[in-house]
Design a protein around this ligand. Sequence first.
Ligand SMILES: Cc1cc2nc3c(=O)[nH]c(=O)nc-3n(C[C@H](O)[C@H](O)[C@H](O)COP(=O)(O)OP(=O)(O)OC[C@H]3O[C@@H](n4cnc5c(N)ncnc54)[C@H](O)[C@@H]3O)c2cc1C
Length: 459
Amino acid sequence: MRYDLAIIGSGGAAFAAAITATGHGASVAMVERGQLGGTCVNVGCVPSKALLAAADARHVAAAQPFPGIATSAGPVDAAALIGGKDALVEQLRADKYVELAADYGWQIVPGSASFTDGPVLDVAADQYLVATGSAPWVPPIPGLAGAGYLTSATALELDEIPRSLIVLGGNAVGLEMAQLFTRLGARVSIVEALDRLAPFEEPEISAALRGVLTDEGISVHTGATVTTVTRDHGRYTVSLAAAGQLSDLHAEQLLVATGRRPVTTGLTLDVVGVKTGERGEIILDEQQRSTNPRIWAAGDVTGAPQFVYVAAAQGTLAADNALSAAGRTLDYTALPRVTFTSPQIASVGLTDSQAVAAGLRCDCRVLPLQYVPRALVNRDTRGLVKIVAEAGTGRLLGVHALADGAGDLITAAGYALSAGMTVEQLADTWAPYLTMSEALKLAAQTFTRDVAKLSCCAA
Ligand SMILES: Cc1cc2nc3c(=O)[nH]c(=O)nc-3n(C[C@H](O)[C@H](O)[C@H](O)COP(=O)(O)OP(=O)(O)OC[C@H]3O[C@@H](n4cnc5c(N)ncnc54)[C@H](O)[C@@H]3O)c2cc1C
């Protein structure tokens, strides 16, 4: 049989494309060499957030801030915790992927795909979509490969909580993992090569987050180069060079979270004229079409921001363009990103330095959470909201938050950005009292009044 569309991979990008393609009345085959559902449901978003929620419950029980309330947290039954997470993953995989694919009725072909001069596997199609995702990238550190290490995927499968853990990488995945294991009882160190944690976020957020994590007992090493890794009698030694000083860290486990790179090895893309970039990402035009006009790509394999909602939007777009010549493109201006630490980091739009690099004159304000009523009643004022606006016009350029619930707040900020609002307009919006979203309106008000004069009762 010859299909209208053959898709390689079965993650967020692949599923969105297949659903869209069936909507066009197209016949679809999906090739998958691993577990149906890809990274997000199996080893990414779902299991990590399920365990972070559990670790948060334990942390709150151990350190809740309210007078007159007594709680305590005992040891973690790792087998039960991981078993519960596995059951949730299985349920979601069944509901959202296996049964959904059966309902839509596209063909699933198990196996590893590679391109030859014509068809992929035994699947012949008019159009192809590569949605093969990304995999952990491991730096070439002497001794690391021989010593062995955990990745985010294997760390979520441990059947006991290590007493100590070193995390290499202080970006989203490394930060989430570091806090997860700390809150489950491990002694954790983070090593980041750049000079601050969350290095792509606003510096105020990096600094405040460092304070939060060190208060929780995490030891943070920034601007640190790992020179060697050794493992002896089940114990790791990670040697560091930082600011001209040499030091060693020791731990029972080592987790490498130094980024993920597109998966294209084995696809033999060169045989069919599909070009890839320096990191293996498939080179595309704005419509997701590769350098072979019959081959499209979507999701992490394209080098796009690594979020499942980006993968899904690109998959939908690619299927539309491949099957109906829709000529659609995506606008990433108001693309939000969230790191699920506690408090969460959430951002949308330009940072201060990006605005300056874009030649814009910017005006930035930072509202510490101690001025936000919701944070005060929660007795958790760790964090801030920073607004980046264009000087002169007041046009909103970016919003950046470190706050409990920042991921929800940022959606509203994204709407404001998409609507082209000014800080003045944002300051004039309705905001329900005692919500974290109110921090947006309050931060916008700091452009016209002193932070100490903010009041819930002033419009
Ligand atoms: C720990 C972690 C936490 C995350 N948390 C979040 C989050 O909270 N929110 C969020 O939005 N994003 C999160 N992400 C990112 C998100 O999971 C990815 O951006 C998204 O899953 C990418 O989807 P995709 O469809 O591009 O690829 P994937 O979901 O990775 O799917 C690719 C599939 O292709 C298959 N494949 C590869 N090569 C071949 C081949 N040759 N033949 C056949 N099959 C092949 C693979 O087996 C895989 O199943 C997280 C990622 C990680 C690692």
